[in-house]
Unconditional design. Structure first.
Length: 100
């Protein structure tokens, strides 16, 4: 499995509201609501931590799901968010990742 790194796009504004995260794209003012699992991945998206590590340490342990299924779902999610322009996906660590 090739490493995948993710970072929140610097032009995306976000806030946690209880179990969800609300993200606003600065490029077109689109609003996205991320559920509890997606919010966990979003908050860990610092550009330095591989997605597999995020899934293993935050999703599998917290939600009691198998790694393969959780990783597959996480990959799909990050590709969707990247397609919306609010997440950056790379095969190498992302310099300047938003570690907020």
């Amino acid at each position: 499995m090739d490493p995948v790194y993710i970072a929140r796009h610097p032009a995306a504004a976000w806030r946690r509201l209880e179990d969800e995260v609300i993200v606003i794209s600065a490029s077109d003012s689109s609003l996205f609501t991320l559920n509890e699992v997606a919010a966990e991945i979003w908050e860990c998206a610092d550009g330095r931590t591989p997605l597999a590590e995020i899934v293993a340490h935050h999703i599998v342990t917290r939600y009691g799901v198998g790694f393969d299924e959780a990783y597959r779902d996480a990959r799909e999610l990050v590709e969707q968010l990247a397609g919306k322009g609010i997440l950056i996906v790379s095969g190498e660590p992302i310099t300047g990742g938003d570690g907020r």
